[in-house]
Design a protein around this ligand. Sequence first.
Ligand SMILES: Cc1cc2nc3c(=O)[nH]c(=O)nc-3n(C[C@H](O)[C@H](O)[C@H](O)COP(=O)(O)OP(=O)(O)OC[C@H]3O[C@@H](n4cnc5c(N)ncnc54)[C@H](O)[C@@H]3O)c2cc1C
Length: 619
Amino acid sequence: MAKVKTHHEDCDVLVVGGGMAGTGATFEARHWGRDLKIICVEKANIDRSGAVAQGLYAINCYMGMQWDENQPEDHVRYARNDLMGLVREDLGYDMARHVDSAVHMFDEWGLPMMKDEKTGRYLREGKWQIMIHGESYKPIVAEAAKKSADKIYNRIMVTHLLMDEEKENRVGGAVGFNMRTGDYHVFRAKTVIVAAGGASHIFKPRAVGEGMGRTWYAPWSNGSAYALPIAVGAKMTQMENRIVLCRFKDGYGPVGAYFLHLKTYTQNANGENYEKKWYDQTKELVGEYIDHHPTPTCLRNHAFIQETIAGGGPIQMVTTEAFQDPHLETVGWENFLGMTVGQAVVWASQNIDPKYTNPELTTSEPYVMGSHATCSGAWVSGPEDLSPPEYFWGYNRMLTVDGLFGAGDTVGGSAHKFSSGSFTEGRLAAKAAVKYIQDQKAENIKVTDKQCEDFKEAIYKPLENYTVGQNEITGGTVSPSYILPIQGLQRLQRIMDEYVGGIATNYMTNDNMLKRGLELLEWLQEDLENVGAEDYHQLMRAWELKHRVLTSQCVTEHTLFRQETRWPGYYYRGDHMKLDDENWHCLTISRRDPKTGKFTMEKAPVYHIVDEKEKKEAS
Ligand SMILES: Cc1cc2nc3c(=O)[nH]c(=O)nc-3n(C[C@H](O)[C@H](O)[C@H](O)COP(=O)(O)OP(=O)(O)OC[C@H]3O[C@@H](n4cnc5c(N)ncnc54)[C@H](O)[C@@H]3O)c2cc1C
């Protein structure tokens, strides 16, 4: 331990994670806090980090208010519909009313945007999406953050938040380690904005063994965005609302451009429109929600899953018609070049030319996110001009821990933000964080050296476990004294897969399975005291695993609490197969007591702010 070098950095605004939300936060913090010290800490390198690392082909959230294409109210209704009624409309509206300005900045900064030749407007892919040549998307927003921050720290994994010892429930910074040098980093900060992305690899992926890194969601997104706040007792919301994606099989290539731009459609192995077949059965489960337009994402998954269980698979995307048009054929291929080159490689390796063969689709394992067609994450304050009292406690996007803010996948209740909305939410959080400092709310924060030293000991313990435990190995890699991160990860994935509604059970779970899952997770948690890491890379794996397990516990508690099947196609409660608006038209909130590790659950009301506002205006 004596060998580990410690670096100290004191700052005003600390941004954890330099993805879309983190770069937005870093940029905006400088705008409002000219004289403040702003630091961004990133696990990878912000030039190519997060879910947008490889680039994107479409910006999925753009209102087009300047041309009256959409208004924020429309987006709230859209997200509400897709999430089966349950979103934080104040957060969604707030993001939507600001998102266009963020996109206009991307344009100014040099992101190649596709334009409609006739109108001169951004080229639409669908109602909300605009098309870009987006390979350079991430380096462009990273540059804005680099120019704004006092310092960007790359290759540092943040493992814990520091807490103020003077005032209860106030944040004091964060600590982590450099994965290349092994150095320990202490960041004392007046405010912290967590923007560390969502969680993949908590459920067992379809691709295992050699292929286990092949998931739809970024494999390096390990739930730090959830584990960091959960560990300090911040409230979380809608953590049961994990997402399952329908994508091209094996490469997980995106289907949005295919549906929206190429007008391709799906069919079962017999060439039938299987979605129609499951209409009556779905109506039995969810009532009139199946008649909503557009059909909620989970319900489309539901038809896919039921058809596959009934033996109608493989399900295919009909590309052979659209690909006869040379322009659409080009668009179809180019769609992968900007974001998922791997899908083109998979098709090449399997002799699939979509002009002549309809490629197969699949449903993914579940992921936890707050920015896609799903809204798991932290329970945050909304903006003061929109939020009812239950949703507002002083500073926009502040969690229930003072001085701790969130954005992007971190924030729960506000779905369909995507890349542009996450960047925008980072900007909103940073503006509020600066105001929090300017309002003198972050005075006299005390973080003692002892707190930092205690974390240091905990962080490097896996290296110690390995060094001591390896002496007991007589052959192979199995030690009686430690488990390796990969072993712990596989154990976690099986628990989540088999008990919490993964692919093994066709996304099915129930009260008994969830309780058993929680028991197994608790034992895994205990065993992680003995995780062993042979080098700094494995130390990162060990901490990623710990964050994944904490996130998984929270997901499982939430899934147990909500006694209905709100989103068939994302998961099923076999003991409560129907949607139950009478008892569960509400948001779920959890809090883990940092001292006991026990979760408590509560319900919070859903306010349909947009249409209420309109009703009032009309009357
Ligand atoms: C496969 C896929 C396709 C998508 N397609 C589109 C699309 O076509 N159009 C669109 O608009 N949006 C798309 N999105 C959505 C968009 O990518 C996300 O909404 C957005 O990236 C979320 O921003 P974020 O900052 O919350 O997370 P991210 O952008 O993922 O950033 C999180 C950052 O935190 C860092 N980090 C994580 N843990 C730690 C830690 N412990 N310490 C320090 N740093 C840490 C990560 O390295 C990463 O840089 C897609 C997402 C996925 C996964």
